[in-house]
Ligand binder design. Structure first.
Ligand code: UDP
Length: 491
């Protein structure tokens, strides 16, 4: 490998094109750039339009240089509609295979560009769902590091379930205890990520490739912090080795309101209006409900959620994702506009994209109803608010257990089975309005257990801040990570 001076370190970040993957990777880029590293983030034209404003603002504010490298996404060649450059934009989940095929076609043009890029790339930080990046790293003789978008807890659960095969003898809804964990964690087979049982067959090869590419990778960067899940970080390291750096929560690199507001996507609400609405409520009184960027609940399920929020009698913000996949938006829109009329004095409804981090960090917000995506879970931790955990699919049921049983900062809304990828339109109503009302009450009411949860949540938020501040564990791990890559590239 070529010799690198400190100022010529250049990390190439390749996120999967989906908000839950792009947003933390951009935050990672910001952190690296603050540690003196030149950063290039690889993306596509549509995603570049979304990311450019936040990168530009960051560069101007800190006098730093993160560059976006936009490569044409071959939608049509891969059988996707034109402009479908983000997992969220797929007309049907059954087209995921095409999406990953298109992503793979980025390899060749990216290699051509990287040949001439200055300074030459020092390493690749890749999303694990892009296994072909291992070939680029090998051609350029640079390390490939994986950005792991999950917690160590999730990894250890999955690993132990897989090794023990404990789920194999169980029927779908029969609970089992995950073996070998420091905490007693119960799950059932129907809650496990799709790779365990009902996975889409055409993604099986991709999964195998991902595993092979992981074996050929140099290390792992994790969006978590040591004090959040110490025992699980240790277990993670036992399996993966010592090239594991816990650098999170990466979202905390966004300090001011403007950084928080422009972190993900263009918001569907004016941020000033949102802040003024929040300012009008007492501290800790508002419940914020959002089921993430990829969820597609059916109209009847959304109606139960909205009715449950209404029944709490509390002020709330509800983010409703426009989903062509599962809902006839006309019917839903009518129902929602009637709801809006009934709760005009205390409900703020956002159709589309909310400035989540800005909302969560406002003092009026006292609880978070979340689908338990890992980014949202961490953002809830950083905001110091108790959570209502409503997992939908993927590793979200692990995160739900983590919130409820390990951190003990939230309650479960009681979902017993994951929604199958590609079958969202057929999903039954899994959560009733009364479940929503009751669980919101549990975290928001001043009862003893609610108070204890709130105290624990406040403490965790302080710990997260300490971890990322100067001298904190995550701050030191980023430094150590950069130093490690520097050493290996000088060899
Ligand atoms: N997000 C947001 N506004 C929305 C929906 C989502 O800012 O209306 C952000 C959220 O803050 C988080 C990311 O999108 O950073 C979603 O990632 P997560 O892992 O929570 O879930 P996913 O959407 O990938 O299932």
């Amino acid at each position: 490998m070529s010799s690198q001076t400190p100022s010529s370190l250049h990390f190439v970040l390749i996120p999967l094109m989906a908000s839950g993957h792009q947003i933390p990777m951009v935050d990672m880029g910001k952190l690296l750039s603050q540690h003196g590293v030149a950063v290039t983030i690889v993306t596509t034209p549509v995603n570049s339009l979304r990311l450019d404003p936040l990168i530009t603002a960051h560069n101007v504010k800190f006098g730093l240089k993160i560059q976006l490298l936009s490569i044409r996404f071959p939608c049509v060649e891969a059988g996707l509609p034109n402009g479908c450059e983000n997992l969220e934009d797929l007309p049907s989940r059954n087209m995921s295979r095409h999406f990953f095929d298109a992503a793979r076609m980025l390899q060749e043009p990216l290699e051509k560009i990287l040949k001439d890029i200055q300074p030459p790339p020092t390493c690749i930080i890749s999303d694990k769902h892009l296994p072909w990046t291992v070939q680029i790293a090998s051609k350029f003789r640079i390390p490939r590091i994986l950005f792991d978008g999950m917690s160590c807890f999730s990894f250890v659960c999955s690993h132990n379930i897989m090794i023990s095969k404990v789920y194999e003898q169980q029927s779908d809804l029969e609970t089992f205890v995950v073996p070998g964990l420091p905490d007693r964690i119960e799950l059932n087979r129907a809650q496990l990520p799709s790779s365990f049982n009902h996975g889409s067959l055409d993604l099986v090869d991709l999964r195998k490739e991902i595993v092979e590419a992981e074996k050929a990778s140099y290390g792992w960067v994790i969006n978590s912090f040591e004090d959040l899940e110490k025992a699980y970080v240790q277990e993670y390291r036992k399996t993966k080795g010592d090239k594991v750096w816990c650098v999170g929560p990466v979202s905390l690199c966004n300090e001011g309101d403007s950084d928080k507001a422009h972190r993900g996507n263009r918001s569907s609400i004016n941020e000033g209006q949102c802040l003024r609405w929040l300012d009008s409520w007492p501290p800790g009184s508002v419940i914020y409900a959002c089921l993430g960027s990829l969820s597609c609940p059916t109209a009847p399920q959304l109606i139960e959620l909205g009715s449950g929020l209404e029944a709490t009698g509390r002020p709330f913000i509800w983010v409703i994702r426009k989903s062509e996949i599962t809902t006839s938006n006309d019917d839903l829109q009518l129902w929602v506009s009637e709801l809006e009329g009934r709760v005009r004095d205390r409900g703020l409804l956002i159709w589309g994209w909310a400035p989540q981090m800005l909302i969560l960090s406002h003092p009026s917000v006292g609880g978070f109803l979340t689908h338990c995506g890992w980014n949202s879970t961490l953002e809830g931790v950083c905001a110091g608010v108790p959570m209502v955990a409503w997992p939908l699919f993927a590793e979200q049921f692990y995160n739900e257990r983590f919130i409820v049983k390990v951190l003990r900062t939230g309650v479960s809304v009681g979902v017993r089975a994951a929604i199958k990828w590609g079958e969202e339109g057929k999903a039954a109503v899994l959560v009733k309005r009364e479940d929503v009302r009751k669980s919101v009450e549990e975290i928001m009411s001043g009862g003893r257990e609610g108070e204890e949860m709130r105290k624990r949540a406040t403490k965790l938020a302080e710990m997260a801040k300490r971890a990322t501040g100067g001298g904190g564990s995550s701050y030191l791990e980023i430094k150590a990570f950069v130093e490690d890559v520097k050493q290996v590239s000088n060899k």
